[in-house]
Write a protein that binds this ligand. Structure first.
Ligand SMILES: [Zn+2]
Length: 318
């Protein structure tokens, strides 16, 4: 972090960041808190190896996606949208507005970051972008040695979803722009790149990682056992018309996930608690339990994921 008032640069952990957001922490020198306009923000240490162009190109960068052939050259941003949604969007935006939305999506910069930042992004999408229950692919990215790197770094150019037009952040002939990530792995360097800056990728699906079968059985047993319990008491009077989930299986699933992510950084655990609870299908408990463990493996089994990624065949992109 770097304080905007006294310029102090200091290192913090996830727990500190949580308290900071709740205005329970302050700059250790001048006492400025997060509700001030000039408050401390994530910052890059001047000795970060990724600030050196040569080292940056030689490093591994990461990305997570639900697409199994990312970054596909014929990327269709409407691919994930249902027919019904597209018809509604076309009606609301008129056809030309819809087409310009599609072309804007197509000219988005690609985002690469540390392994931690890429996993954080998957968890955020599970919570906020309807990707709960989907398989995730982790990509290890090799940069194109010929791509031009923009000098130094810029502040996080995107909103929280990371959508940013490539020409804005990588003005021609720049192919790679470093930015300090404010949201994912805060204070780490991430990259906004043109597709041509990606030379090759290696990929691993979360669903392909080894599953702890004992853990799987214990989760399924807990949920099955809960299905014999009575419905949870009603919290809202019926006349308020609020749809409640009174299922004891849902409650047990929420409790189970909460226990499994108890040691995770708070933003990751919040994201996962929210997304995992939403995608529970009581007729397919094993599917849900397998998915849950596979996504938790991205954190708990990170060294195994990195090792597997290194041994995967390279797919040339540009
Ligand atoms: Zn300060």
């Amino acid at each position: 972090m770097r304080c905007g008032v006294c310029s102090l640069i200091f290192e913090v952990d996830w727990e500190w960041l949580r308290r900071w957001k709740e205005v329970q922490e302050a700059c250790p020198t001048c006492g400025t808190t997060s509700d001030s306009v000039l408050c401390a923000r994530p910052y890059i240490f001047p000795d970060d190896p990724a600030l050196d162009d040569g080292k940056l190109r030689a490093m591994s960068w990461f990305h997570t996606s639900t697409e199994k052939d990312w970054p596909s050259s014929d990327f269709d941003p409407t691919g994930d949208l249902t027919e019904e949604f597209q018809t509604r969007a076309k009606r609301m935006l008129r056809r030309s507005g819809f087409q310009s939305m599609v072309s804007q999506q197509k000219s988005r910069a690609l985002h690469l970051g540390t392994y931690e930042a890429s996993v954080y992004n998957a968890y955020r999408r599970i919570s906020d972008e309807g990707d709960e229950g989907k398989d995730f692919y982790v990509y290890r990215v090799e940069l194109n040695p010929e791509s031009e790197v923009r000098q130094s770094w810029v502040i996080d150019p995107g909103n929280v979803t990371g959508q940013v037009q490539v020409d804005k952040v990588c003005p021609e002939p720049i192919g790679i722009t470093r930015y300090v990530n404010f949201h994912e792995d805060p204070g780490s360097l991430s990259l906004a790149v043109r597709p041509q800056a990606v030379k090759a990728v290696q990929q691993v699906a979360a669903s392909s990682l080894d599953i702890d079968e004992d853990l799987l059985d214990s989760i399924i047993d807990r949920l099955r056992e809960a299905s014999h319990r009575p419905l949870l008491p009603r919290e809202w009077p019926e006349e308020m018309g609020i749809e409640e989930d009174r299922s004891p299986v849902s409650a047990e699933a929420r409790k189970t996930v909460k226990e499994l992510v108890a040691s995770f950084p708070v933003s990751l655990s919040d994201y996962f608690n929210r997304g995992a609870a939403r995608c529970l299908d009581q007729d397919r408990l094993e599917t849900w339990a397998r998915w849950t463990i596979s996504i938790l493996n991205l954190v708990n089994g990170h060294s195994e994921v990195l090792e597997q990624l290194r041994s995967q065949p390279r797919r040339l992109v540009y």
